[in-house]
Structure formats: structure tokens, C-alpha cells
Design a protein around this ligand. Structure first.
Ligand SMILES: NC(=O)c1ccc[n+]([C@@H]2O[C@H](COP(=O)([O-])OP(=O)(O)OC[C@H]3O[C@@H](n4cnc5c(N)ncnc54)[C@H](O)[C@@H]3O)[C@@H](O)[C@H]2O)c1
Length: 270
């Protein structure tokens, strides 16, 4: 169902690790809609080699960059602009990592060294990416930047732990930089708050299977899949959403505004 919504547009996609990744699904959809792409991920993720399969499918170069390294980011933008022969129209930041969750440290026992790294990789990297584009004047007018987030930024999900704080910061960066880039160049910056999705990052959350089926029951439309998230990204990269900026956009089948559902009541009455 391609409609050339991104014909002539050029974008950088961060975070395609394997075919389940939201970034992977989004790269496929953007390609289908006529966009030209550059793919990027951390050098350690590139060593897995999976991303080369995607690169072939979407006919895109792969340029390694650690999102916490400003030199890597500068090189990524320089090489991307060279590849495209000009400016960039959209960026997907689909990056997240919690060191404390990984090391099994609960929210009440955070290691602050790990915590700083979590915030740098998962939140301030969004600032670093946008700032690199800003300083190089890499984004075209009416460009569009998306970060991916989760509703734990607004409501408590205990096992999401420090990532809740990281996502709150990420959403704030979207608003704050969205203001500056909007004024300067009509670039829009938003976050998409996605349903729990079975990916490598998602499955790292303790009790993920229970969590995802609870969300499914609590959402009038059910959980949004990675492919549906990719569709939503396409719409936000397209010219059909030019005046949407500085928003946290829930893409969750209605979960965020549901108090209870019949399915949950029935489960409780069992
Ligand atoms: N899966 C879910 O349930 C869910 C729900 C809402 C939001 N999100 C968010 O969606 C985004 C994408 O995650 P996903 O679910 O597709 O999982 P994923 O594991 O496929 O993607 C996470 C990516 O982050 C990359 N990354 C980690 N550290 C990096 C670094 N230092 N430099 C560059 N890249 C780095 C990884 O290599 C990986 O490609 C994340 O921000 C995640 O928090 C996921």
C-alpha cells in the first residue's frame, strides 16, 4: 500500500538491530514510500551484521555512530549529506538502553554511574543528534524528527525503572528543541509513545509477557505493532503533518486514556 508519501525525501534511521526493531520496520516502510535512507547504529550492533540485510533491502549505506559520541555524529551527518547530495528531511531516533535494568538493579537501588550512561544513551543522545544537525544546518525546511518513548514517562510502571525518567527527559528534549528548530527552520520534533512491542529492547523489561498482554487487554484497539508504528512514522515524516510539533503522540490503541476495559474486568472476576 505505497502512496509515494516520502518521494524525494531523505532520512537517517537510527536503531535497526534486527527485523523486529521498530527502526527496521520503519526503514522498510519509508523505502516503500519512496524515501532515500542512511542507516546507522552503534559499532557494537553493526558487528552483529544483521543490519546489512536491511541495507540491501532498502538500498542504503550503513554508517556506524555511537549516539553519545559527538565526533561519530558529525561524521555520520557529513557522510549522509555527501551521500544524499544535500540536506536531510527526516530523522528517526529509535535508541534506548538501560544499564541498571540490564544489570538487574531495581529503581530503589540505582547505580548512578549506570544511570548517567542510561540518560546519555536514551535521552540526551536525542539532544546530541538534533544539535549536530542544528550546528551543521543539516535539516531541510519542514524537516521532521521523531524519538520513540513509552507511557512510563507519565504513569508508573515499576519494572520500567530508570527508563521512565529517561523517557520523561527525552520527551522534554523534543519540546525544548522543537521550539528552537521550529522558529529557525520550521523543523518539527515529536515523540511517539508506542505500545509495548516484542523487540530486543522491549523484552529486556522484567515481566514483559504479562505486561504486553495486560496492555493488549487494556487497549480498546489492542496493542499497536511495530509495523503500525512504522506507518505512523511515515505520516509524521510526510508533508501531511507539517504543523505537528513538540508533541508526545500516543500510538497505543487507546491505552493511555482507558481506565478499565471489559476484558480486564472479566480477567479480575476469574
Ligand atoms: N519495544 C517496546 O516495547 C517499546 C515501547 C515504546 C518505546 N520503545 C522505544 O523504541 C525505541 C526502539 O527500540 P526497539 O523496541 O525497536 O528495540 P531495539 O532493541 O530493536 O532497538 C534499540 C536500538 O538502540 C540501539 N542503541 C543502543 N545503544 C546505542 C548507542 N550507544 N548508539 C547507537 N545506538 C544504540 C541498539 O543497537 C538498538 O538498535 C527505543 O527508544 C525504545 O525505548 C520501545
Amino acid at each position: 500500500m505505497a502512496n509515494n508519501l516520502l518521494k524525494g525525501k531523505k532520512g537517517i534511521i537510527f536503531g535497526a538491530l534486527d527485523e523486529k526493531s521498530i527502526a527496521w520496520r520503519t526503514a522498510l516502510r519509508c523505502h516503500e514510500e519512496g524515501a532515500q535512507l542512511v542507516l546507522t547504529n552503534a559499532p557494537v550492533a553493526l558487528r552483529m551484521g544483521e543490519i546489512n540485510k536491511l541495507a540491501e533491502l532498502v538500498n542504503a549505506p550503513v554508517i556506524g555512530a555511537d549516539v553519545v559520541n559527538m565526533e561519530d555524529l558529525k561524521k555520520l551527518f557529513e557522510e549522509s549529506m555527501k551521500h544524499f547530495g544535500g540536506g536531510i528531511d527526516f530523522i528517526l531516533h529509535s535508541v534506548g538502553m538501560s544499564l541498571n535494568v540490564r544489570k538487574g538493579k531495581s529503581y530503589t537501588e540505582l547505580d548512578y554511574g549506570f544511570n548517567q550512561k542510561t540518560l546519555d544513551i536514551s535521552s540526551m543522545s536525542f539532544h546530541r543528534v538534533i544539535r549536530t544537525a542544528w550546528e551543521m544546518d543539516a535539516l531541510n525546511e519542514w524537516g521532521s524528527v521523531i524519538g520513540l518513548t513509552y507511557i512510563a514517562a507519565q504513569r508508573v510502571f515499576p519494572d520500567y525503572s530508570e527508563m521512565a525518567d529517561a523517557k520523561a527527559l527525552l520527551e522534554s528534549v523534543a519540546r525544548s528543541f522543537g521550539y528552537h528548530y521550529g522558529v529557525r527552520k520550521k523543523v518539527r520534533i515529536n515523540t511517539i509513545s508506542q505500545s509495548p512491542t516484542k523487540t530486543t529492547a522491549g523484552s529486556g523489561v522484567k515481566g514483559f509477557d504479562g505486561f504486553i498482554s495486560y496492555a493488549e487487554k487494556m487497549s480498546p484497539l489492542g496493542n499497536a505493532t511495530a509495523d503500525q508504528c512504522a506507518d505512523y512514522c511515515v505520516s509524521l515524516f510526510s508533508d501531511l503533518t507539517k504543523m505537528v510539533t513538540m508533541q508526545n503522540l500516543f500510538h497505543d490503541g487507546g491505552f493511555s486514556f482507558t481506565g478499565v476495559t471489559q476484558a480486564v474486568i472479566e480477567q479480575m472476576e476469574k
